[in-house]
Design a protein around this ligand. Structure first.
Ligand SMILES: NC(=O)c1ccc[n+]([C@@H]2O[C@H](COP(=O)([O-])OP(=O)(O)OC[C@H]3O[C@@H](n4cnc5c(N)ncnc54)[C@H](O)[C@@H]3O)[C@@H](O)[C@H]2O)c1
Length: 258
């Protein structure tokens, strides 16, 4: 029997990057996967890839800055599969600006996606998990929840908020539901291709990563699999760092090479 046979996995932000790798891994492990993403054609493509490999998946179009969309995704997952065993909230964004130059109102959108979306997903999905009496939730945070980077105050502070969000949610939703976060380091996804496609920037970055390379989306996926499976049955309220050791050095100064 496969590890996630008969389990239902709702994955917000799955059409690309780490969310996509996690959806693909969980489908191979037997889960029924719900791809909930903004990008329709890309999301449908991931569904078709999973089905072609013998897995089960559906796509639900969702804008995670919209509460009604998140509620709809949870409702439709229940209608289709009858329960939600595991949920991953993946979307995240930021922008680059010095605080003194920044339009602080522009942070609202960052918090809407990174923090309010995660809280709404925990609320909407947690309601069903409470009724079921079981479930596991993971929110994707970042090493920038505890490693500061200049010109990234909106992103860093929004990711910092997630560390506390999962702790409070773990207290309130336990003991039936576990709530954790993952702090990825630099991971080779389309969202950081400005870095991964720049040879000089890569060399500077590698010197600051113990593993001397970027993380692979598949390495995030196996971390999510651990936290969302019964292997982590006594772990709740933590932010687990999966960063190849980059946070041990702080954060590379890429200002000269990017
Ligand atoms: N890649 C890295 O180096 C890195 C490092 C640390 C943390 N992170 C975090 O990991 C998460 C995933 O990053 P990634 O690199 O895999 O990104 P990605 O851009 O490859 O994928 C993000 C996915 O989220 C979806 N999405 C974006 N906005 C959405 C919205 N409003 N509603 C629904 N879906 C939406 C996108 O369509 C995409 O499929 C983010 O939270 C990011 O902050 C990434």
């Amino acid at each position: 029997m496969k590890r996630f046979e008969e389990k239902v996995f709702l994955d917000f932000g799955t059409a690309s990057g780490m969310g996509k790798a996690t959806a693909q891994l969980f489908a191979k492990d037997g889960a029924k996967v719900v791809i909930a993403d903004l990008q329709n054609s890309q999301g449908e493509k991931v569904v078709q890839e999973i089905i072609a490999e013998g897995g089960e998946a559906i796509f639900i179009p969702v804008d995670c800055t919209q509460e009604k969309d998140i509620i709809k995704a949870a409702e439709q997952t229940i209608q289709k599969f009858g329960c939600i065993d595991m949920m991953l909230y993946q979307p995240g964004a930021g922008h680059s600006a010095l605080i003194l130059d920044d339009d602080i109102d522009s942070w609202k959108w960052v918090f809407e996606l990174n923090v309010f979306g995660a809280a709404r997903a925990i609320k909407s999905v947690g309601k069903y998990m409470k009724e079921q009496g079981k479930g596991a939730i993971v929110v994707t945070s970042s090493i920038n929840s505890f490693v500061p980077v200049k010109e990234n105050a909106a992103y860093c502070s929004s990711k910092g908020a997630i560390a506390q969000l999962v702790k409070v949610a773990a207290m309130e939703l336990g003991p039936q539901i576990r709530v954790n976060a993952i702090n990825p380091g630099l991971t080779d996804t389309p969202s950081i291709k400005v870095l991964t496609q720049n040879y000089n920037a890569c060399q500077v970055a590698y010197k600051n990563i113990v593993m001397e390379r970027f993380g692979k989306p598949e390495e995030f996926a196996t971390t999510a699999r651990f936290l969302l499976s019964d292997d982590a049955s006594y772990i709740t309220g933590v932010s687990l760092t999966c960063d190849g050791g980059i946070s041990l050095y702080g954060y590379p100064d890429l200002s000269e090479v990017l």
